[in-house]
Design a protein around this ligand. Structure first.
Ligand SMILES: Cc1cc2nc3c(=O)[nH]c(=O)nc-3n(C[C@H](O)[C@H](O)[C@H](O)COP(=O)(O)OP(=O)(O)OC[C@H]3O[C@@H](n4cnc5c(N)ncnc54)[C@H](O)[C@@H]3O)c2cc1C
Ligand SMILES: NC(=O)c1ccc[n+]([C@@H]2O[C@H](COP(=O)([O-])OP(=O)(O)OC[C@H]3O[C@@H](n4cnc5c(N)ncnc54)[C@H](OP(=O)(O)O)[C@@H]3O)[C@@H](O)[C@H]2O)c1
Length: 448
């Protein structure tokens, strides 16, 4: 049998495992994750109010329950855990599917003022990621600025705009629910540096903002008019045309009587976060105009938008895994059709899939063909891989002997049960456990 380690149990890891066992009856797959819980950003990124997308976890579950697939949670690969080199000595092939765990930086003054966070941090908090810190995100905030106009920006804007009744049926951790329910944020400004026709959000997600029960979307017609493509959207690709049509539908409409106003702003480039009493108090933007080549140029005119809370939603970024090649410019692992490249040459037995291969764009489904490409390469190499010298016996025994204490599938199922019980005790459905201690304690209740 060919033994393969897949590092990361997000969509790319699960699709890689699925493809491997479907395509080759002679493959055994261990899916390792640093967290005791599987599914990556499907569990810790997809917004809690998107129950339908969240339910994709049920599809991924069938992969991890396959008889030739084994989930090994709580195993960090890299310097702080199992070195990548050691993994390569235990398995015929290793596929890195570690995603893009951190955020891009703006690189402007004031970025790190208290009250300014990356969307990554905010998402991790309301998603109950055990590494998240509860830093009182919405405490004392009246006005919030979300920088960026991608789908993550839409997610965090929507989470700020929803009330208690809308959030409580979700699996959001109790502390985040309590904090967001008590939030006094009444104004949310979501701001793009380019024009409406260049926004990265998708129309379905955009329209959802307009359907929120107690929030109203405002669009400034003057900012639409600045974008030449908005005058005649018929010539735009369908996705952008639909966005522009949705935005035009809101432009200039008077605000309704709602608890929260969402202002969608364009052609404003963040240049500085301004302090007020030691915390962020406003964001200074420079007005931009189209440069005719898809970009923008500054005008030297500035606008300050009040904000006690700033969420920087300008994209994610891959982090290097010690012992694995990394291209710092793109934040990805260099590869050829999924085969890892070391100094330009294919590294036998090492593969990559998902965001750490392509960069941090694409929806869950995009990871399926990406994983497939990698698996095709791996299985083409299988005859040579089978001859690689690897330690005899079950790699799990070797990992344990090296000090690893994996959370196996039964442990994860015990976590799921604990979350259902917690939900019932709080009069909610499922409520996620938000910290390492409670996750590991729940996992330990699994029958050996
Ligand atoms: C906030 C947010 C919301 C999103 N919402 C949607 C949505 O609604 N619909 C949609 O289609 N797409 C959505 N996406 C996109 C989608 O989540 C990604 O396309 C997808 O998760 C990328 O998959 P991945 O497997 O490459 O990475 P991830 O999902 O990030 O999985 C990586 C896994 O690797 C593990 N890992 C990392 N480092 C190590 C290590 N050193 N050792 C062991 N394990 C490690 C992590 O714990 C994680 O489980 C969203 C993305 C974000 C950021
Ligand atoms: N519901 C869903 O399907 C869903 C939900 C969440 C995420 N996702 C997917 O996950 C992926 C990541 O989403 P994302 O929102 O993190 O990234 P994204 O789509 O790449 O959007 C990033 C945004 O940040 C802006 N930006 C980048 N650098 C900036 C800077 N220095 N100053 C100001 N603005 C800056 C970008 O503007 P420019 O265009 O001008 O660079 C863009 O508006 C996407 O593929 C997304 O579709 C999907």
């Amino acid at each position: 049998m060919l033994r393969v380690a897949v590092v990361g149990s997000g969509p790319s890891g699960c699709y890689t495992a699925q493809c491997l066992v479907q395509q080759d009856p002679g493959v055994l797959v261990d899916v390792l994750d640093r967290l005791p819980c599987p599914y990556g950003l499907v569990r810790y990124g997809v917004a809690p109010d998107h129950e339908k997308i969240k339910s994709l976890q049920n599809t991924l579950r069938t992969v991890l329950e396959h008889e030739r697939v084994r989930f090994l949670g709580g195993i960090q690969v890299g310097s702080a855990g199992v070195p990548a080199g050691r993994l390569r000595r235990l398995y015929h092939a290793v596929v890195y599917c570690v995603g893009a765990a951190t955020d891009r930086r703006l690189g402007i003054p004031g970025e790190d003022l208290p009250g300014s966070w990356s969307a990554t941090e905010f998402v991790s908090w309301y998603s109950a990621h055990p590494d998240a810190v509860d830093d009182g995100f919405v405490r004392a905030a009246r006005s919030a600025v979300v920088i960026g106009v991608g789908n993550v920006a839409v997610d965090v804007t929507r989470m700020l705009a929803r009330g208690a009744a809308e959030l409580s049926p979700t699996d959001m951790p109790q502390a985040a629910l309590t904090a967001l329910s008590a939030s006094r944020v009444t104004g949310i400004h979501m701001v793009g540096r380019r024009g409406p026709s260049q926004a990265r959000f998708t129309t379905k997600e955009l329209r959802e903002l307009g359907a929120l029960p107690d929030a109203c979307v405002l669009v400034d017609p003057a900012e639409l008019a600045l974008d030449p493509a908005c005058a005649d959207p018929a010539g735009l690709p369908a996705a952008q045309r639909r966005n522009v049509e949705a935005l035009r539908g809101w432009a200039g409409a008077p605000p309704r009587e709602t608890s929260r106003l969402i202002r969608l702003r364009f052609f404003l480039r963040p240049v500085e976060l301004l302090a007020d009493g030691g915390r962020v108090g406003a964001v200074r933007f420079e007005r931009t105009v189209p440069d005719g080549r898809g970009g923008v140029t500054g005008t030297g005119r500035y606008e300050d938008v009040e904000a006690q809370l700033v969420l920087r939603s300008v994209g994610y970024r891959g982090v290097p895994l010690e012992g694995v090649p990394f291209d710092a410019a793109s934040g990805t692992v260099p590869h050829l059709a999924g085969r890892v490249l070391r100094e330009g040459a294919v590294a036998p037995g090492e593969y990559v899939a998902g965001w750490i291969k392509r960069g941090p764009t694409g929806v869950i489904g995009t990871n399926r063909p990406c994983a497939k490409e990698t698996v095709v390469s791996l299985l083409e190499d299988a005859p040579a891989l089978a001859h690689r010298e690897v330690a005899a016996g079950d790699p799990l025994a070797a990992l344990r002997a090296g000090g690893a204490e994996p959370v196996e599938w039964a442990g994860w199922r015990a976590i799921e049960r604990a979350e259902t019980e917690l939900g019932a005790s709080l009069g909610r459905t499922v409520v996620k456990l938000p910290d390492w201690e409670s996750l590991l304690a729940a996992a330990r209740t699994a029958a050996p």
